[in-house]
Design a protein around this ligand. Structure first.
Ligand code: NAP
Length: 253
């Protein structure tokens, strides 16, 4: 029956940056659907660990700074030590830096590109190698943005990095579909998390943004649960290289 295709019982999902925000919402959604979670965070994600274990699933905590792609060998070794089987990767960790393009620094360029694009690619590569070795396919879900489609303002490296996420999602999907690996992305709209605190604190920008969202509200981690479970499950086996907007209609305007 079709609802069985959404069941993730017994699967193991690695989720980066899941101590808060959208990553926490997705880790919890995947756990509710049946996954054990390997959380990769800069610090121990205690709140997420507690919420995941309350669903009856395991939470394996790995600490790593994803700004440095050299940390990935250790991340993979620790993950495979805790669980010899990996089924799902959610590349969620991401940062943003805001400054006028005329003033934007090389440091703000490199920091954002390293976490949002470079690590996303090399962690996907490491996990895809594991999927190929396991021989049973797998699911990779990248977190893109409205700025994968639009230019934005005062966030040059974020726009570059998230545009790269959409392109890389297609490239990886093209190369790895032959191994039964689905690579897709979710592009969140305007979501109430740490990432958008500055925007929400600015009453004028907050109002402008809300007026443009047909759903009339900021999104949340809960809004990511259904889409991530769908893209992590057999229900989406014939979806490859697509970026799904979860945006309350922002792009439809
Ligand atoms: P958030 O609350 O700031 O969460 C970002 C997560 O990434 C945190 O867990 C953060 O850890 C982690 N992270 C950042 N740098 C890291 C590093 N060097 N090593 C390890 N972990 C690192 O923001 P969010 O809104 O939930 O963002 C999640 C994803 O959604 C990001 O990729 C973001 O670009 C994307 N997104 C968000 C929105 C939105 O409106 N909120 C819209 C479109 C896309 P710490 O807590 O330790 O910093």
């Amino acid at each position: 029956m079709i609802l069985n295709a959404f069941n993730l019982e017994g699967k193991v999902a690695m989720v980066t940056g899941c101590n808060t925000g959208l990553g926490q919402g997705m880790a919890l959604g995947l756990a509710q659907a049946g996954c054990d979670i390997i959380g990769v965070n800069r610090s121990v994600a205690s709140e997420t660990a507690q919420k995941v274990t309350a669903t009856g699933r395991r939470f394996i905590s790995i600490t790593a700074d994803l700004a440095d792609s050299h940390s990935l060998d250790t991340v993979m070794a620790q993950a495979l030590d805790a669980s010899p089987q990996l089924d799902i990767l959610v590349n969620n960790a991401g940062i943003i830096r805001r400054a006028d393009a005329l003033e934007f620094s090389e440091r703000d360029w490199d920091d954002v590109m390293n976490v949002n694009s470079k690590t996303l690619f090399f962690l996907s590569q490491a996990v895809a190698r594991q999927f190929v070795q396991q021989g049973q396919g797998g699911k990779i879900i990248n977190i893109a943005s409205m700025l994968s489609y639009q230019g934005g303002i005062r966030v040059p490296s974020y726009t570059a990095s998230k545009s790269a996420v959409m392109g890389l999602t297609r490239l990886m999907a093209n190369e790895w579909a032959q191994y039964g690996i689905n690579v897709n992305a979710i592009a969140p709209g305007y979501m109430a998390t740490n990432n958008t605190e500055q925007l929400r604190d600015d009453e004028e920008r907050n109002q402008q943004i809300l007026e443009r969202i047909p759903a009339g509200r900021w999104g949340s981690g809960e809004d990511m649960m259904g889409p991530v479970v769908f893209l992590a499950s057999a229900a989406s086996d014939y979806i490859n290289g697509f970026t799904l907007a979860v945006d309350g209609g922002w792009l439809a305007r």
